[in-house]
Design a protein. Structure first.
Length: 693
């Protein structure tokens, strides 16, 4: 292909960091300008394909509203300043805050972009350690961390689905066509070779026509999983030998499951008892069965830890652990730990001790859900400054009104971003980050977490930074040096930084340069438990969790009603009769990003909520017209999409839209009692037309 290119055109092989799929791309560059993008055929995940986001990378890189220079707010207006002025101003303010209130008065917030753009998160962690604050706040306080910890409590390590080899697949609150199109392709390939498919979702997603669809009531996932386990155990479909040798607590689970017969679970979940039995039998019939859990679908419920534990136990009792097609261990490529330990406890450690400490393993995170309250009340101590990188918490945090009030009260707010987003608008200083296309870094890293492929590649610089923008890691380093932390930030170039991060992997930057398509670091690990057991206190899979029991929680997964539901608050349900879910993905965007890209905006021009024709008729809602969605916390206005592909009493509201921010409908005080994740699934709401006819 290269031979057919014009003489002034080159192809740079790199990866896309817009989401955790980290697809390989061929970036076409002419005279220093990025002009075209294609999917990289040699890449082990996307294999030449691209989603609409990746296909619009050129427009993303050259977006007209890119931040090109440091900006400072003066008397409510934005003024361009130099990098020296920006960093000197921030450093002076941070020194004052530390002197007057202590290091813990600073919080650093890293959004989800820090997962796929790993250097941003690593250097945010390093700076907060050098400064001495315990308050590193991650978006994972509200998603995914709960799933990771639930699996670690059960297996001693995080394991993930082996979709490509699965004989039975359960999509649980997950629509891969819009969120992980690669997984959707793998599933359809599996269906062609005879794999069975089960979909658990209040919405009828595209793949629902290919299998058994269980259209459950939002917030009742744990009950459904327990009902399926009841069938598997009562009918003797479990893996007796595996359970006898490698688990503890199965006898207690057997007794517990007697409380969840299919008929009782039908009354809780809306799923017919016969369908529960059928799903259980299909799942148990295959060695090599995988539950594919949606990101944030089960994590953003009042029962999120128990939800994830229940799915882990479904995998366990059928023996689908460390087997081809089941949940398997995978090795994440090791990188140099640049974290600097801070002994002081972060926000949330007292309220949610399991959030960042399990069996002596300490995680370096404070709890983001408690940040706004600490700022507004000064308890447990004053918080005076926030630096935000790779995220937009003013829009994405539940109870957004409260979070914005907290930002307005702070003495210093700094945002590092490519665009003037909603958080940046509330900041004192905004620093322009360059995109992943404008720097050299580590690519492919999150693929192990999402797809179970231990893989790494060089993320190659495609073009020079736009304007005066800089890589996130370099911004943190320069700020660190302004603070006098030179010893902690010695790296001057992308290449020096990457070489240092790669040391534990024993892979060199030169090797990655010689393999532009990337390197498979380690194969998937099957039957790993036979070699090393499980890294739990017992050395076995802990079906019955003494860890949860000692912390005062149910040691076995137990159904817990949503805080507000037709069952829990029947009188309120008369006033707010619909059940709201939120967070459904769209291929054209990722969270709050890419709404400024013209072509993607045309494909998905605005926020649209889905509701059933029966509900629409009952409440006077017309397809394509504006409606008001209201909870006890607030209301938003957005367009209605009337569709039979959603349960009759459910409405699905999108997230990430400033003009219709669903987080304004959420009560931040409704949180899972174990790890403190917010509840924004299964909420009661009502709808009405935006204009009375």
């Amino acid at each position: 292909m290269t031979q057919d290119l014009p003489s002034d055109m080159q192809v740079i092989k790199t990866d896309c960091a817009l989401c955790v799929n980290c697809c390989g791309i061929d970036a076409f560059v002419s005279r220093g300008k990025f002009v075209k993008v294609k999917g990289m055929k040699e890449h082990p995940v996307n294999r030449g394909g691209l989603c609409p986001k990746g296909a619009n990378l050129v427009a993303y890189a050259y977006a007209a509203d890119r931040l090109k220079y440091p900006m400072k707010k003066e008397s409510g207006d934005w003024k361009r300043i130099s990098w020296d002025e920006a960093l000197n101003t921030i450093a002076a303010k941070l020194r004052d805050i530390k002197r007057n209130y202590g290091a813990r008065a600073l919080a650093v917030h890293c959004g989800s972009v820090g997962v796929e753009h790993v250097e941003a998160a690593i250097f945010a962690q390093r700076f907060r350690g050098a400064y001495g604050t315990p308050n590193m706040l991650s978006v994972e306080s509200g998603c995914f961390r709960q799933r990771i910890l639930a699996r670690q409590m059960t297996f001693g390590r995080y394991i993930t689905e082996d979709i490509e080899h699965a004989g039975s697949i359960v999509l649980w609150g997950h629509n891969p066509d819009d969120s992980r199109w690669i997984a959707a392709d793998w599933i359809r390939t599996g269906l062609k070779r005879g794999a069975k498919l089960i979909i658990v979702d209040p919405r009828r997603i595209p793949l629902a026509s290919e299998g058994l669809h269980l259209q459950l009531r939002p917030g009742t996932d744990c009950a459904l999983a327990l009902g399926m386990m009841n069938v598997i155990v009562s009918e003797g479909l479990y893996d007796r030998d595996f359970l006898d040798e490698w688990t503890i607590g199965f006898d207690k689970l057997k007794e517990h499951l007697k409380s969840y017969p299919p008929e009782k679970v039908e009354a809780i979940t809306w799923v017919p008892a016969d369908d529960i039995r059928m799903a259980a039998r299909i799942f148990a019939a295959h060695k090599g069965a995988s539950i594919v859990q949606g990101t944030c679908a089960l994590d953003r419920q009042i029962n999120d830890v128990q939800n994830s534990r229940a799915l882990a136990l479904l995998q366990t009792i059928t023996g689908n652990i460390d087997k081809p097609g089941g949940w398997v261990a995978n090795r994440i490529v090791p990188l140099t730990d640049l974290g600097i330990p801070v002994e002081e406890a972060p926000l949330g450690e007292e309220e949610y001790p399991l959030h960042n400490s399990l069996w002596g393993r300490r995680l370096p995170y404070g709890h983001a859900m408690l940040f706004a309250k600490a700022v507004l009340t000064g308890k447990p101590y004053p918080v005076k400054a926030l630096i935000v990188t790779a995220g937009n918490p003013a829009l994405t945090m539940p109870g957004s009104q409260t979070f914005r009030q907290a930002l307005e009260k702070l003495d210093l707010v700094v945002t590092i971003d490519l665009f003037m987003n909603e958080t940046a608008e509330l900041s004192d200083i905004v620093l322009p980050a360059c995109s992943f296309l404008e720097q050299t870094g580590i690519g492919g890293y999150p693929i192990g977490l999402m797809h179970g492929i231990s893989y790494i590649m060089k993320r190659r610089k495609v073009i020079d930074p736009i304007g005066e923008s800089k890589p996130d890691w370099m911004i943190w380093s320069e700020l660190g040096r302004k603070m006098g932390y030179d010893e902690y930030f010695p790296w001057k170039t992308d290449e020096e930084m990457v070489e240092h991060l790669l040391i534990p992997s024993k892979i060199t930057l030169k090797q990655l340069e010689e393999h532009p398509e990337g390197i498979l670091y380690a194969p998937k690990s099957y039957d790993l438990y036979k070699k090393i057991g499980f890294k739990t206190p017992s050395g076995k899979i802990e079906i019955y969790s003494e860890t949860l029991k000692q912390a005062g929680f149910d040691p076995l997964p137990t159904h817990k009603e949503p805080t507000r539901s037709p069952v829990n608050t029947p009188d309120l349900a008369k006033e707010y009769p619909l059940i709201m879910i939120t967070g459904a993905r769209k291929r054209e965007r990722i969270h709050t990003q890419l709404r400024n890209i013209p072509h993607l905006r045309r494909l998905a021009p605005g926020p649209v909520a889905e509701l059933h024709p029966v509900a629409a008729a009952r409440y006077g809602i017309v397809d394509g017209e504006q409606m008001i969605v209201e909870t006890k916390e607030g209301s938003i206005t957005l367009k209605a999409r009337v569709t039979p592909s959603i349960a009759e009493q459910v409405i699905s509201v999108p997230h990430g839209w400033a003009e219709a921010n669903v987080n304004e409908l959420v009560n931040i005080d409704f949180r899972d009692p174990i790890l403190g994740c917010p509840e924004d699934k299964g909420l009661l709401c009502r709808v009405r037309p935006a204009q009375v006819r």
